[in-house]
Design a protein around this ligand. Structure first.
Ligand SMILES: O=C(O)C1=C[C@@H](OP(=O)(O)O)[C@@H](O)[C@H](O)C1
Ligand SMILES: C=C(OP(=O)(O)O)C(=O)O
Length: 446
């Protein structure tokens, strides 16, 4: 967790002069867009993605698939049913699968979805595919994917550290079959193997052997999206063994999918209503979803807000009071930075648990949140698997972001009600939400 010296730009986080009252069109989900791209690329026929997220992570995914021979055409879609102001609204991507091939080079940036979901795809390609990315990508764990692919028949050259850079020597097909992995450091290991599983000769049976498994909703998202394009998937929830997922080999259908708004990226806007005692409406909030951000309805209600799903979307209202919370965030780890920011402004202490794996995210998020909130006068301590947050009167200062989009949005939440907060490198939000500064000032009516 080091400050990136290349980023000296400081964004004065706007303060809310009154309770916010806004409707915010949140762009599409990163997790849905990147799964949809992979599945469409592996399908037996062309498919459509409507209102895809266009951000660093999804453009890296699209670029990587193109490098392996997949056609991805960007069009402005007239049939997009929902009007919206967000990035990517009204756009559609047509994905035309083709024989996957190397040689190719893939830049994963710092996208967990790209670095984990694509090596199994590369094992199906004909030719070598080289993977590399940002310096942080060399530190994020990939051993679950590398070891599993080797056990399933792939040839991979790496430096033995269980992370990038590496080359997958695709042989045009992969045998597949049963494999055991420890996915306690990232659910994306499981998702990665399941997504390509229908295309392995024997399909795949993934058995998680570790003691904990984070981000279960993201695994459910993988399973739901696989089933929706014709894959047969057996899961612990559908009567299978605990911690075992089985995907039957078979062709995937091309489909027409409209991407839901990114509910984890809705978080800072809902938080704005909570910390200013205002109201924010997020249109197109899905009535049923596997996105972990849906859990915010419960968490932010416990922290003092209230919400209602209406035909206008999710209407979230702050009460003027912010309460601390004691919560296990293991299933929804990516919500931790935003919850920590709100907790630092609450009227009682909070304990956030179950998120030790956040030390291996975009940055060490537990260390980064502790340091940055404390430098504004806060009182945060790290525990073995989370944070204790005792609210204190905060003051202005520089909020460093460590190339982490969710650190930047967490700092912006605090800056709404604390004078003089400056966010270093707010542009890092482009990883999943390139429009963030404009959406934020738009919400404040500026
Ligand atoms: O599969 C996905 O789309 C994701 C899974 C989660 O990863 P981890 O299980 O590594 O936390 C989550 O934190 C990440 O933002 C997105
Ligand atoms: C952990 C995250 O991303 P990634 O997909 O890079 O793991 C995140 O978006 O919070």
């Amino acid at each position: 967790m080091t400050v990136n010296p290349a980023h000296t730009s400081l964004w004065p986080a706007p303060q809310a002069s009154a309770a916010v009252d806004a409707t915010v069109h949140v762009p599409g989900s990163k997790s849905v867009t990147n799964r949809a791209l992979v599945l469409a690329a592996l399908a037996a026929e062309p498919g459509w993605l409507r209102r895809p997220l266009r951000s660093r992570d999804t453009l890296l995914m699209a670029g990587a698939l193109r490098a392996m021979g997949v056609g991805i055409e960007e069009t402005v879609s007239s049939s997009s049913s929902v009007a919206g102001g967000g990035q990517g609204s009204g756009e559609a991507w047509r994905v035309i699968p083709s024989g996957l091939r190397g040689p190719a080079t893939v830049d994963v940036g710092n996208a967990g979805t790209v670095m984990r979901f694509l090596p199994p795809v590369a094992a199906l390609a004909d030719g070598p595919i080289r993977f590399d990315g940002d310096a942080r990508s060399h530190e994020r764990p990939l051993n679950g994917v590398i070891d599993a692919l080797r056990a399933l028949g792939a040839r991979i050259d790496d430096d033995g550290r269980g992370s990038l850079p590496l080359t997958v020597h695709g042989g045009g097909a992969l045998e597949g079959g049963p494999v055991s992995i420890d996915a306690s450091s990232s659910s994306q290991f499981v998702s990665a193997l399941l997504l390509s599983g229908p295309r392995f000769n024997q399909g795949v049976e993934v058995r998680h052997t570790g003691s904990t498994l984070p981000s279960l909703p993201h695994i459910r998202m993988t399973v739901d999206m696989l089933r929706s394009i014709g894959a047969q998937v057996d899961t612990p929830e559908s009567g299978g063994e605990p911690n075992v997922w089985r995907v039957t080999p078979g062709a995937l259908l091309g489909r027409d999918l409209t991407v839901e708004p990114d509910l984890s990226n809705a978080q800072p806007f809902l938080a704005a209503a909570l910390v200013t005692g205002g109201r924010v409406v997020v249109p197109d909030w899905p009535a049923r979803t596997t996105q972990p951000g849906d859990k915010l309805r419960e968490i932010f209600t416990e922290m003092g807000g209230s919400c209602e799903l209406t035909d206008r979307g999710l209407e979230f209202t702050g009460s003027g009071s912010i309460h601390g919370i004691d919560v296990d965030l293991g299933e929804v780890g990516e919500l931790t930075p935003g919850i920590a920011a709100v907790a630092a402004l609450a009227d009682s202490p909070s304990t956030l648990r179950g998120v030790a794996h956040l030390r291996l995210h975009e940055t060490d998020r537990l260390a980064a949140l502790t340091k940055e909130i404390n430098e504004l006068g806060g009182d945060v301590t790290e525990t073995a698997d989370g944070l204790h947050i005792r609210p204190r009167r905060l003051h202005g200062g520089i909020f460093h972001t460590y190339d982490d989009h969710r650190m930047a949005t967490a700092g912006a939440i605090i800056g709404l009600v604390v004078d003089g907060v400056q966010i270093e490198n707010v542009a890092t939000t482009a990883k999943t939400l390139p429009d963030f500064p404009d959406l934020w000032t738009g919400m404040l009516g500026n």
